[in-house]
Design a protein. Sequence first.
Length: 81
Amino acid sequence: MEYDKEKVDEVVLALLWLTTFNEKFGTRAWKGHSWEHLDRLHEKGYIGDPKNKNKSVVVTEEGESRSKELFNKYFGIEDTE
C-alpha cells in the first residue's frame, strides 16, 4: 500500500507525546509503534536509537518540542471563544 510516510511519521511522533515521561536522565516515551517509523524518527534526530532492550526510547529536546506541537496540531481542541 502506498502512503505518505512523512505524514505517518508526524502522527507517530505526535502519539509519542501521550506516552512521554521524565526521568532523571531526560524524557522518554514508550515505543509501541512500528520499527520502520521509529527508525525514521531516529534518523531525523527526534528520538534515540530504538533498537535496544528497553521498552522506552529517549526523546531528544527537539523531539519533545515537535511531538507536543504535532499532538496539538492533530488532536488539540481549538478554543471557540
